[in-house]
Design a binder for this molecule. Structure first.
Ligand SMILES: O=C(O)CCC(=O)C(=O)O
Length: 260
């Protein structure tokens, strides 16, 4: 499975401009790299200008456009996240599409990031998101969700073999980002495909270092702090091999530590 990660900047407050840019990035990437899956970063339609959500959030147009883009290029699209409005509420939301344009997933960020005051402007999502890429089970979380191993473990227990993590993770905490992506991959013996934006917005620098980590914890590719496309071929059967070598999932003793 060939995956391309689009580590892009975002033009704050310019949804039309971002849509044009992302459309071009996808077209160029598909032509050059021939990926099966294309992955985008967090809140790529408007950045983090939460006070302007009423004016800038999407109202159903972008999922239609993304579906058409997936179908036009014949790729799976893990479309990072966008700000969307529904019934007067705003969400940090991710969409997944199959190569025929079918919507195969929709996720709204569960853990809102208080350091950015997300909880003042957004509503949290009410469910997890697992979807299929061919015969592989994948799942998506968004950015800060990465700090919650319980969420990821519960998805793995439901079959997840590849975790996608679109993010807008600031540069000062990029050490956490690198550690957490590797930890989630090693402890769950699965692939982590993590795409972080770059650039500066309102004085915050976003750190890039998008990465693909395999089930043994090897970093198969890693970006730096600049815009870039990372393309990686992964072999999903590695999940089974690693789980046979160290049978963590057979050795779990949830009765000793599971709690509400
Ligand atoms: O957890 C972090 O340090 C970064 C999280 C974040 O920036 C976000 O969820 O938007």
């Amino acid at each position: 499975m060939r995956i391309s990660l689009l580590q892009t900047d975002v033009v704050a407050g310019q949804p039309e401009e971002n849509r044009k840019r992302i459309g071009e990035w996808i077209k160029r990437t598909v032509r050059k790299e021939r990926p099966d899956v294309v992955v985008l970063p967090e809140m790529w339609n408007m950045g983090f200008l939460f006070p302007r959500l009423g004016e800038l959030a999407d109202r159903g147009e972008l999922p239609r456009w993304l579906s058409a883009v997936a179908a036009e290029h014949g790729v799976y699209l893990v479309a990072g996240s966008i700000a969307e409005e529904e019934a007067g509420g705003f969400y940090n939301a991710s969409y997944m599409f199959a190569p025929d344009g079918r919507r195969i997933g929709h996720y709204r960020k569960i853990h809102l990031f208080r350091l950015l005051k997300e909880e003042k402007y957004l509503k949290p999502g009410g469910g997890r998101c697992l979807f299929r890429i061919g015969d592989v089970t994948a799942g998506t979380i968004i950015c800060y969700d990465l700090r919650f191993p319980e969420l990821v473990r519960s998805m793995v227990l439901d079959g997840m073999q590849i975790l996608f993590v679109p993010a807008g993770w600031p540069r000062p905490r990029i050490r956490h980002w690198r550690i957490l992506n590797q930890a989630r991959a090693v402890e769950n013996q699965m692939f982590v495909v993590a795409v972080n934006r770059v650039g500066e917005e309102e004085g915050t620098l976003y750190g890039g270092h998008s990465m693909v980590v395999d089930p043994w914890g090897e970093i198969l590719a890693e970006g730096d702090g600049e815009e870039a496309v990372l393309t990686v071929d992964i072999d999903p059967t590695a999940v089974r091999r690693v789980r046979t070598t160290i049978p963590v999932f057979e050795d779990r003793r949830p009765e000793m530590y599971d709690r509400k």
